[in-house]
Write a new protein. Sequence first.
Length: 107
Amino acid sequence: MLGDNIRLLRSVRGISQVELGEKLNVSKQSISNWENGNIQPSIEMLMKIADFFSVSTDFLLGLDNRTSIIVDGLSTEELSHIRVIIDDLVAAKRRMGIEQKDDRPRE
C-alpha cells in the first residue's frame, strides 16, 4: 500500500524516481525499493515524504482511505491528468472485484 501510494503521488506530480530522490536526499534505488515494497522508509522519512506530497502519513500508509490531495497551484492540464489517473485506478479496482464508492464531486 505504501509503495503504491508513493508511486501514485509521484506519477501525479509527474516526477521520476531520480527527481523524488533528489528532493528527499535519497537514492533512486531507495525510492524504487519503497515503491516495490522491498524496504520501508524510516518514520522521519515517511513524514518527509508526506510533507513533500502534501498528504498525511495515514494516507501514505493506507490507514486513511480519503483520497484528498492538495491541488492548489496545479494547472487545468495537471488536474485533468489527475482525474484520468483516478478514473483508471477506480476502473482497475472494479476489474479486480474491489468496489469503492466514488464520492468525488463531478464538474
